[in-house]
Design a protein around this ligand. Structure first.
Ligand SMILES: [Zn+2]
Length: 268
Protein backbone atom coordinates (compact mmCIF):
# COMPACT_ATOMS: atom_id res chain seq x y z
CA UNK A 1 0.00 0.00 0.00
CA UNK A 2 1.50 3.35 -0.93
CA UNK A 3 1.99 5.34 2.26
CA UNK A 4 3.33 8.83 2.93
CA UNK A 5 6.98 8.19 1.92
CA UNK A 6 5.89 6.55 -1.36
CA UNK A 7 3.33 9.22 -2.18
CA UNK A 8 5.63 12.08 -1.20
CA UNK A 9 8.38 10.69 -3.42
CA UNK A 10 5.94 10.24 -6.31
CA UNK A 11 4.56 13.73 -5.78
CA UNK A 12 8.09 15.18 -5.82
CA UNK A 13 8.89 13.32 -9.01
CA UNK A 14 5.68 14.41 -10.73
CA UNK A 15 6.18 18.03 -9.74
CA UNK A 16 9.47 17.98 -11.61
CA UNK A 17 7.84 16.63 -14.76
CA UNK A 18 4.14 17.44 -15.01
CA UNK A 19 3.48 21.16 -14.43
CA UNK A 20 2.77 22.93 -17.71
CA UNK A 21 2.43 19.69 -19.68
CA UNK A 22 -0.66 19.23 -21.88
CA UNK A 23 -2.72 16.04 -22.02
CA UNK A 24 -3.25 14.97 -25.61
CA UNK A 25 -5.06 11.73 -25.08
CA UNK A 26 -7.03 10.32 -22.16
CA UNK A 27 -7.66 6.57 -22.03
CA UNK A 28 -10.35 5.33 -19.68
CA UNK A 29 -9.48 1.64 -19.66
CA UNK A 30 -10.94 -0.16 -16.63
CA UNK A 31 -14.19 1.53 -15.62
CA UNK A 32 -14.52 -0.07 -12.17
CA UNK A 33 -11.91 2.26 -10.61
CA UNK A 34 -13.46 5.46 -11.98
CA UNK A 35 -15.89 7.58 -10.00
CA UNK A 36 -16.54 9.75 -13.04
CA UNK A 37 -18.24 8.93 -16.35
CA UNK A 38 -16.03 8.07 -19.32
CA UNK A 39 -17.26 10.95 -21.50
CA UNK A 40 -16.77 13.53 -18.81
CA UNK A 41 -13.33 12.15 -17.99
CA UNK A 42 -12.07 12.16 -21.57
CA UNK A 43 -13.62 15.52 -22.40
CA UNK A 44 -12.17 17.21 -19.30
CA UNK A 45 -8.68 15.71 -19.52
CA UNK A 46 -7.96 16.02 -23.23
CA UNK A 47 -6.36 19.38 -23.96
CA UNK A 48 -6.07 20.19 -20.25
CA UNK A 49 -2.73 21.19 -18.70
CA UNK A 50 -1.26 19.87 -15.46
CA UNK A 51 -0.37 22.15 -12.56
CA UNK A 52 1.12 21.04 -9.25
CA UNK A 53 0.39 17.68 -7.67
CA UNK A 54 -0.49 17.64 -4.00
CA UNK A 55 -1.03 14.95 -1.44
CA UNK A 56 -3.48 14.70 1.40
CA UNK A 57 -3.38 11.52 3.49
CA UNK A 58 -3.24 8.70 0.96
CA UNK A 59 -4.78 10.73 -1.88
CA UNK A 60 -2.78 12.25 -4.72
CA UNK A 61 -4.44 15.36 -6.11
CA UNK A 62 -3.46 16.51 -9.60
CA UNK A 63 -4.45 20.07 -10.38
CA UNK A 64 -5.53 20.96 -13.89
CA UNK A 65 -5.60 24.28 -15.67
CA UNK A 66 -9.41 24.08 -16.07
CA UNK A 67 -9.77 24.22 -12.28
CA UNK A 68 -10.55 20.51 -11.97
CA UNK A 69 -8.73 18.11 -9.68
CA UNK A 70 -7.93 14.56 -10.64
CA UNK A 71 -7.90 12.71 -7.33
CA UNK A 72 -6.55 9.18 -6.94
CA UNK A 73 -6.64 6.95 -3.90
CA UNK A 74 -4.39 4.02 -4.78
CA UNK A 75 -5.62 1.86 -1.89
CA UNK A 76 -3.67 -1.42 -1.59
CA UNK A 77 -2.22 -2.10 -5.01
CA UNK A 78 -2.45 1.08 -7.11
CA UNK A 79 0.75 2.04 -8.97
CA UNK A 80 1.63 5.29 -10.71
CA UNK A 81 3.93 5.24 -13.71
CA UNK A 82 5.50 7.96 -15.81
CA UNK A 83 7.06 6.28 -18.82
CA UNK A 84 7.85 6.70 -22.48
CA UNK A 85 5.04 5.86 -24.85
CA UNK A 86 6.80 2.75 -26.15
CA UNK A 87 7.16 1.08 -22.72
CA UNK A 88 4.96 -1.97 -22.36
CA UNK A 89 1.86 -1.46 -20.27
CA UNK A 90 1.50 -3.50 -17.15
CA UNK A 91 -1.51 -5.73 -16.53
CA UNK A 92 -4.54 -3.92 -15.19
CA UNK A 93 -3.51 -0.51 -16.43
CA UNK A 94 -6.67 1.46 -15.64
CA UNK A 95 -5.84 4.89 -16.89
CA UNK A 96 -3.35 6.34 -19.38
CA UNK A 97 -2.80 10.01 -20.11
CA UNK A 98 -0.76 10.58 -23.26
CA UNK A 99 1.22 13.80 -22.81
CA UNK A 100 2.38 16.35 -25.36
CA UNK A 101 6.02 15.76 -24.28
CA UNK A 102 5.94 12.14 -25.51
CA UNK A 103 5.56 10.56 -22.08
CA UNK A 104 2.59 8.82 -20.49
CA UNK A 105 1.19 9.06 -17.00
CA UNK A 106 -0.38 5.74 -16.11
CA UNK A 107 -2.24 4.24 -13.21
CA UNK A 108 -2.37 0.45 -12.84
CA UNK A 109 -4.06 -1.46 -10.05
CA UNK A 110 -3.72 -5.20 -9.66
CA UNK A 111 -6.68 -5.63 -7.32
CA UNK A 112 -8.70 -2.74 -8.79
CA UNK A 113 -9.49 -1.40 -5.32
CA UNK A 114 -8.21 2.13 -5.98
CA UNK A 115 -10.49 5.00 -6.95
CA UNK A 116 -10.19 7.80 -9.47
CA UNK A 117 -12.24 10.97 -9.02
CA UNK A 118 -12.51 14.10 -11.11
CA UNK A 119 -14.02 17.10 -9.35
CA UNK A 120 -14.01 20.90 -9.51
CA UNK A 121 -11.41 22.29 -7.09
CA UNK A 122 -14.02 23.64 -4.68
CA UNK A 123 -15.72 20.25 -4.41
CA UNK A 124 -12.88 18.15 -3.01
CA UNK A 125 -14.97 17.60 0.10
CA UNK A 126 -17.35 15.53 -2.07
CA UNK A 127 -14.66 12.87 -2.40
CA UNK A 128 -15.51 10.11 0.08
CA UNK A 129 -13.25 10.12 3.20
CA UNK A 130 -11.98 13.59 2.40
CA UNK A 131 -14.02 15.52 4.89
CA UNK A 132 -13.66 12.90 7.63
CA UNK A 133 -9.85 12.70 7.39
CA UNK A 134 -7.87 14.05 10.31
CA UNK A 135 -4.89 16.35 9.74
CA UNK A 136 -2.11 14.99 7.56
CA UNK A 137 0.48 13.02 9.51
CA UNK A 138 3.27 15.25 8.16
CA UNK A 139 1.56 18.42 9.29
CA UNK A 140 -0.05 17.63 12.62
CA UNK A 141 1.59 19.55 15.48
CA UNK A 142 2.61 17.89 18.74
CA UNK A 143 -0.21 19.70 20.58
CA UNK A 144 -2.90 18.73 18.09
CA UNK A 145 -1.65 15.15 18.01
CA UNK A 146 -1.82 14.88 21.79
CA UNK A 147 -5.21 16.55 21.87
CA UNK A 148 -6.77 14.41 19.14
CA UNK A 149 -5.48 11.06 20.33
CA UNK A 150 -7.58 11.36 23.49
CA UNK A 151 -10.76 10.77 21.47
CA UNK A 152 -9.54 7.42 20.15
CA UNK A 153 -9.62 4.17 22.07
CA UNK A 154 -8.29 0.70 21.39
CA UNK A 155 -4.81 -0.48 20.46
CA UNK A 156 -2.30 2.18 19.59
CA UNK A 157 -1.49 0.68 16.17
CA UNK A 158 -5.15 0.73 15.21
CA UNK A 159 -5.39 4.35 16.30
CA UNK A 160 -2.33 5.31 14.28
CA UNK A 161 -3.68 3.83 11.02
CA UNK A 162 -7.13 5.37 11.53
CA UNK A 163 -7.43 8.19 8.97
CA UNK A 164 -9.90 9.96 11.24
CA UNK A 165 -7.10 10.46 13.74
CA UNK A 166 -4.27 11.41 11.36
CA UNK A 167 -4.22 10.81 7.62
CA UNK A 168 -1.55 8.89 5.73
CA UNK A 169 -0.21 6.21 8.08
CA UNK A 170 -0.66 2.63 6.87
CA UNK A 171 0.22 -0.80 8.17
CA UNK A 172 3.91 -0.89 7.26
CA UNK A 173 4.95 2.52 8.56
CA UNK A 174 2.80 2.15 11.67
CA UNK A 175 5.10 -0.75 12.66
CA UNK A 176 8.18 1.40 11.98
CA UNK A 177 6.82 4.35 13.95
CA UNK A 178 5.89 2.20 16.96
CA UNK A 179 9.32 0.57 16.90
CA UNK A 180 11.01 3.97 16.80
CA UNK A 181 8.77 5.13 19.68
CA UNK A 182 9.45 1.88 21.63
CA UNK A 183 5.73 1.25 22.05
CA UNK A 184 4.06 -2.16 21.81
CA UNK A 185 1.53 -2.12 18.94
CA UNK A 186 -1.18 -3.66 21.09
CA UNK A 187 -0.85 -1.22 23.98
CA UNK A 188 -4.19 0.33 24.78
CA UNK A 189 -4.18 3.99 23.88
CA UNK A 190 -5.63 4.78 27.32
CA UNK A 191 -2.46 3.41 29.00
CA UNK A 192 -0.12 5.82 27.14
CA UNK A 193 1.52 8.52 29.22
CA UNK A 194 2.08 12.07 27.97
CA UNK A 195 5.70 11.07 27.37
CA UNK A 196 4.66 8.07 25.31
CA UNK A 197 2.42 10.26 23.17
CA UNK A 198 5.13 12.83 22.64
CA UNK A 199 7.59 10.09 21.65
CA UNK A 200 5.03 8.66 19.23
CA UNK A 201 4.54 12.02 17.53
CA UNK A 202 8.30 12.54 17.25
CA UNK A 203 8.86 9.03 15.91
CA UNK A 204 6.23 9.60 13.21
CA UNK A 205 8.04 12.68 11.91
CA UNK A 206 11.45 10.99 12.08
CA UNK A 207 10.40 7.81 10.30
CA UNK A 208 8.78 9.68 7.42
CA UNK A 209 11.70 12.10 7.10
CA UNK A 210 14.09 9.14 6.95
CA UNK A 211 12.09 6.94 4.57
CA UNK A 212 10.95 9.48 1.96
CA UNK A 213 14.41 10.15 0.45
CA UNK A 214 15.11 6.38 0.45
CA UNK A 215 12.03 5.85 -1.69
CA UNK A 216 12.73 8.89 -3.88
CA UNK A 217 16.16 7.44 -4.64
CA UNK A 218 14.42 4.81 -6.77
CA UNK A 219 12.81 7.42 -9.04
CA UNK A 220 15.26 9.23 -11.23
CA UNK A 221 14.51 9.47 -14.94
CA UNK A 222 11.20 7.66 -14.87
CA UNK A 223 8.54 6.59 -12.46
CA UNK A 224 8.04 2.84 -12.58
CA UNK A 225 7.79 2.17 -8.94
CA UNK A 226 7.60 -1.23 -7.33
CA UNK A 227 7.05 -0.87 -3.64
CA UNK A 228 10.44 -1.62 -2.09
CA UNK A 229 10.52 -1.79 1.64
CA UNK A 230 13.63 -3.82 2.33
CA UNK A 231 15.20 -0.82 4.09
CA UNK A 232 12.54 -0.86 6.80
CA UNK A 233 13.81 -1.88 10.22
CA UNK A 234 11.01 -4.03 11.57
CA UNK A 235 8.05 -4.41 9.22
CA UNK A 236 8.15 -7.77 7.38
CA UNK A 237 11.31 -8.70 9.26
CA UNK A 238 9.66 -11.38 11.43
CA UNK A 239 12.20 -13.91 12.78
CA UNK A 240 15.20 -11.70 12.01
CA UNK A 241 17.24 -10.11 14.80
CA UNK A 242 16.07 -6.72 16.04
CA UNK A 243 18.50 -4.10 14.69
CA UNK A 244 18.71 -2.52 18.15
CA UNK A 245 18.93 -5.42 20.61
CA UNK A 246 19.19 -8.62 18.55
CA UNK A 247 16.01 -10.25 19.91
CA UNK A 248 14.05 -12.17 17.26
CA UNK A 249 11.42 -9.89 15.77
CA UNK A 250 7.86 -11.01 16.52
CA UNK A 251 5.23 -11.35 13.83
CA UNK A 252 1.49 -11.53 14.27
CA UNK A 253 -0.95 -11.78 11.39
CA UNK A 254 -4.50 -10.68 11.96
CA UNK A 255 -6.84 -10.65 8.98
CA UNK A 256 -4.52 -9.76 6.13
CA UNK A 257 -2.41 -7.42 8.19
CA UNK A 258 1.03 -8.37 9.41
CA UNK A 259 2.31 -6.70 12.56
CA UNK A 260 5.98 -6.89 13.50
CA UNK A 261 7.56 -5.65 16.69
CA UNK A 262 10.41 -6.35 19.10
CA UNK A 263 9.08 -7.63 22.41
CA UNK A 264 12.25 -6.45 24.15
CA UNK A 265 12.41 -2.89 22.75
CA UNK A 266 8.61 -2.51 22.74
CA UNK A 267 7.50 -4.07 26.02
CA UNK A 268 3.75 -4.51 26.51
ZN1 LIG B 1 14.81 -4.95 20.06
Amino acid sequence: MPEIPDLEAIRGFLNQHLPGVRVERAEFLIPVVFRVARDEFVRTLEGNVFGETERRGKFLIFSLESGHRLVINAMLTGRFQYLRLKEKRRARTCLVLGLANGWELRYADERLMGKVYLVPADQLSQVPQFSEMGPDALEVSREEFAQRIRSFRGQVKNVLVNHRFVAGVGNAYADEILFAARLHPYRKRTTLSDDDIERLHQAMGKVFAWATPMVAEQMREELNYEERRDFLKIHRKGGEPCPVCGTRISEITAGQRITNFCRNCQPG
